[in-house]
Design a protein around this ligand. Structure first.
Ligand SMILES: [Zn+2]
Length: 179
């Protein structure tokens, strides 16, 4: 298991480098990331984890797909984005983003609703697929990590409220943004 870095660790602001060869080390790192995100099948810590978050500056992240499976995405790219963003959706369809580097904090991030993406999987196969909410947001959130961008940047820019989950009940309470 790898240690998940908390904000404001400087690695979270660095740009990860493309993976040129999916070699043994890269595979081991990806496996370690999977173990970190999901120590046990019934104990998944989040919906995504980017390499920067565990101090590895390679363009690799893991996200939960619509199937429920965790997918290793190497050299991920967004090929096309919808003009429509989540803010166009009715309020009840809005969801809050969180981040393992900001334990307990959540906020609304407006992003394109639908995206067409490509990435390489662990078998070096190029996958192209279209993602819809919330998986489109997972992908964009993790891709941002590889570019040193954090969800709090959007919250700060849009002045969206920030919420903190109560440690015991999990209930969200609006809080003053300390970031
Ligand atoms: Zn994150």
């Amino acid at each position: 298991m790898l240690k998940i870095l908390n904000y404001p660790h400087p690695v979270l602001r660095q740009v990860a480098q493309p993976v040129t060869i999916i070699d043994k080390l890269t595979k081991l790192e990806a496996q370690a990331m999977l173990k970190t995100l999901a120590p046990k099948p019934d104990k998944v810590k989040g919906v995504g984890l980017a390499a920067n978050q565990v101090g590895i500056l390679k363009r690799i992240f893991i996200i939960k797909l619509a199937s429920g499976n965790l997918e290793v995405c190497i050299n991920p790219k967004i090929l096309k984005t919808s003009k429509k963003t989540l803010a166009c959706l009715p309020q009840e369809k809005h969801f809050l983003e969180g981040c393992l580097c900001f334990p307990g904090y959540y906020g609304f991030v407006d992003r394109p609703i639908k995206i067409k993406v490509s990435y390489q999987n662990l078998n070096n196969k190029t996958v192209k697929t279209t993602l819809t909410p919330p998986h489109s947001s997972y992908f964009q959130h993790e891709l941002d990590h590889l570019n040193g961008i954090l969800f709090i940047d959007y919250i700060n820019q849009s002045k969206q409220p920030l919420y903190l989950a109560d440690k015991k009940t999990g209930q969200l309470q609006p809080v003053n943004n300390p970031f």
